[in-house]
Ligand binder design. Structure first.
Ligand code: ADP
Ligand code: ZN
Length: 210
């Protein structure tokens, strides 16, 4: 199954993808993770995109499309994958149609207020990548991941200014993809407010229904 997860920042695309990648045995491809990995290693790509990402803007279409194109040419994603955070613009969606045929686009719906609450309290594990939350899902020991003992940090783009910018960018450039995929009969909607296990169950249901 070749899936795209669509939705505003903070909808929980990444959290759902971590569960779904196991269930569907489909590799998880997150453009955000790829960029953050590049920043962490200090590669030329990382240096180029760091300030863009920290400010909540989008990386150039050409760079992003090239990266995804290359990743999708690998053997492990011949039959299935989960794209998390790509496409984010109409140009990216158009490019994707040229090099891969997706089965469905899952739109995770969540109100702005919840997005803000989720992102402004998010804590990410440096080691395993799990997302904790200061208030909604705090680890037992402050600053330490319960799952792996890794150190927790706040993403540089999870500050109020960058969150506002990311939401605006989403509204202007990414939300039009809802209509785009609806028109192509690929869109499936899911309520992203409940906890991730319930969302995964709902995902299985919408994929089973015609
Ligand atoms: P979130 O969904 O929480 O905003 P992501 O981890 O998906 O976070 O993305 C983080 C940042 O990486 C984005 O704000 C953007 O700067 C960059 N990015 C990720 N995917 C794309 C993409 N498809 N096109 C352009 N920029 C991207
Ligand atoms: Zn961890």
């Amino acid at each position: 199954m070749k899936l795209v997860f669509l939705g505003p920042p903070g909808a929980g695309k990444g959290t759902l993808a971590v569960k779904a990648t196991v269930f569907f045995k489909a590799p998880h491809i997150s453009t955000g993770d790829i960029f953050r990995g590049a920043i962490a290693t200090g590669s030329p790509l990382g240096m180029k995109v760091k300030s863009i990402i920290d400010e909540g803007r989008l990386v150039d279409d050409d760079i992003t499309i090239g990266l995804v194109h290359e990743r999708l040419s690998k053997d492990d994603v011949k039959n299935s994958y989960i794209l998390d955070g790509f496409p984010r613009t109409i140009a990216q969606a158009e490019a994707l149609t040229k090099f891969s045929k997706i089965d469905a686009v899952i739109n995770l719906e969540v109100p702005d207020k919840l997005v803000f609450e989720r992102l402004s309290g998010r804590l990410v594990c440096r080691k395993c990548g799990f997302n904790w939350h200061k208030y909604f899902n705090p680890p037992k020991k402050e600053g330490i991941c319960d799952k792996c003992g890794g150190e927790l940090y706040t993403r540089d783009d999870d500050n109020v200014e960058a969150i506002k910018e990311r939401l605006e960018v989403y509204r202007e450039q990414t939300a039009p993809l809802i209509e785009y995929y609806l028109a192509r009969g690929l869109l499936k909607e899911i309520d992203a407010c409940p906890n991730v296990d319930i969302i995964l169950e709902n995902l299985k249901k919408v994929l089973d229904s015609p």
